[in-house]
Write a protein that binds this ligand. Structure first.
Ligand SMILES: *Cc1c(COP(=O)(O)O)cnc(C)c1O
Length: 217
């Protein structure tokens, strides 16, 4: 099947599954990292408008052109952000899902002010406390989100997580949901190709799907 067909099928599957679970259908974020303009274009033509990329530089090379194919593209940064890339990221993306430390929060706040841009922000939580993984540790998440809101004046929409590769994701999704509820945050970005239906059951508002749409990277 083509990427466009896969996209349509997953949208339908999310609708059916969410209805069955009495959940609101999550927003499908089409993760287009590593795929080129000609591969992504048909998925835009099929109706996809919300996309995820994990590298600022790669996204800069593709999305100025891709945005010309639809007026209402929403682009999410889902990979770690280095502070020397913050200005470019704030300029290009509509949402940064990987706010996870004070330094990056401060530099995002500075750029939002400098560029006068309204940006959606999620805090990434390292729900598995994996040493190699980005994200704030779960026990520090509450304080960090409040610090972002009160001390740097950032509007945090929700939380994002990437559960450990080799674990049952359910407990991680449940933990993220609990942290968000305690903070009165309504958005949850969780679930990838292997587990987007499970994430839907745990109340995901955004699922990030790449390889089930485009194939192997
Ligand atoms: C690559 C990536 C995805 C998509 O992963 P698939 O398994 O290909 O669906 C989702 N979220 C993040 C943060 C990613 O880097």
């Amino acid at each position: 099947m083509s990427a466009a067909e896969n996209y349509r099928e997953i949208v339908e599957q999310l609708n059916v599954h969410a209805k069955k679970q009495e959940q609101t259908t999550p927003q499908l974020i089409v993760v287009s990292k590593t795929f080129d303009i000609d591969t992504i274009k048909p998925v835009i033509a099929a109706g996809a408008r919300v996309f995820g990329e994990n590298r600022v530089q790669e996204a800069q090379g593709k999305w100025p052109e891709l945005r010309t194919y639809a007026a209402d593209i929403e682009l999410h940064l889902i990979g770690p952000l280095q502070s020397n890339k913050t200005a470019d990221a704030v300029a290009l993306f509509d949402c940064i899902q990987t706010v996870d430390r004070e330094k990056i929060a401060k530099s995002i706040a500075k750029e939002i002010n400098a560029q006068g841009k309204n940006l959606k922000l999620f805090v990434q939580v390292n729900t598995g406390s994996e040493p190699q993984k980005a994200g704030i540790l779960p026990q520090a998440a509450h304080e960090f989100v409040e610090w972002c809101q009160n001390d740097v004046n950032l509007t945090i929409e929700g939380l994002m997580c990437i559960p450990p590769f080799d674990e049952n994701p359910g407990p991680h999704f449940a933990l993220l949901r609990k942290l968000a509820r305690d903070l009165d945050l309504t958005k949850l970005s969780m679930g990838m190709s292997a587990d987007y239906l499970t994430a839907t059951e745990f109340g995901a508002t955004h699922v990030r799907v790449g390889s089930s749409i485009f194939g192997k990277r």
